[in-house]
Design a protein around this ligand. Sequence first.
Ligand code: AMP
Ligand code: GLY
Length: 399
Amino acid sequence: MAATPGNPGIAAFAPCYPVSTLAPQNLIRVARETSPDLIIIGPEGPLVEGCVDALQAEGFRVFGPSKQAARLEASKIYSKAFMLRHGIPTAKAFACTKVTEAIEKLSEFPGKIVIKADGLAAGKGVVIARDTAEANHTISSMMAGELVGAAGTSILLEEFLEGEEVSFIVICDGQDYICLPPTQDHKAIFDGDRGPNTGGMGTYSDDGILTKEDRSTIEETIVKPTLAGLASEGTMFRGFLFIGLMMTPAGPKVLEYNVRLGDPETQSILLRVEGGFGSAIAAAANGNLNHAVIPLKPGASACVVLAAAGYPGKPRMKDKISGIPEAETLGAKVFHAGTKEEDGHLLTAGGRVLGVSAAGDSLANALNLAYAAVAKVNFEGMQFRKDIGQKGLKRYTES
Ligand code: AMP
Ligand code: GLY
């Protein structure tokens, strides 16, 4: 096994090749050196750059969508048009390439307005404006490239949807798919869903997130039409398809597609998986998913993200991290994100630093263990949400 670019967490399992993963040539070089049976491309950057296509052209077996299929995440304008073409339920929206055009359209949105950068923005390209004044200001600065650079020079203006969010991820082999357990992310930086959006501050997963009917509606009205729509346009999707959903009173609607696993969704998903994950991916990479199963453990899981001071703005870096072994002794699993090792010390090296995760026989127990483990970890300026999973717990007290 090998990883690129890697971090001190994965380094415990695999040698790391710290190259820029956005350049296909770098990945080809590492692949030639390590001769892997299977390459899994994780993040959106290399997928959108066409690294899957480049590695396949060199004869490597790769799991991940092609550059063409990755457009579902690369451009929110493209993916909205795709959903509309195929009748996939989603919020009403307008694509705008000029500030004047966007400002004119505002009158069509009563109440809150969702403003989305067209391009990749690491979870920070969506602003929910409370009124026209805030929307005007956001549109002008986003389209001037001040908020998320060139990713924001074209935007989508979107109707605000009310409801609970669910992250629904499926493994696709180009034809068939299998569903991973649904999770709920917490996008805003502060408790109570306040403050700016982040890449995700924590997740939980349990069987209460979706009813059987909801799940079947999602598969019938969203998953199948998405894969069929892609196929009808000559695009095969082989990889993880992440569907960000809002469960509205009118049924599930798509907020976004990602063409990869989610962070921090995956931490919660993996803690519920009993086995079969690797073999399902290998089967999907061969276009042969039909007999694969991924059994789940009963119970629940949760992940609490520990972020650096300043995040989701410019994060403070190079603070010493302590307490991970103590957290893991309790039975939690601490996944690394923005960490690095220097002179024998583990240091912060990014906005989201660690994902402290735990499983339990109930959601309450999974959350208790995750938060007990969080209490053991420390670095200067550490911020985390204290209300991960509260909506899930409320569901039990209300029913
Ligand atoms: P996206 O990257 O499109 O998933 O948007 C990031 C986050 O913004 C979502 O996870 C939601 O919390 C929020 N969001 C996006 N679109 C909408 C919408 N139409 N209505 C309400 N919230 C939204
Ligand atoms: N947590 C949301 C994402 O991975 O895009």
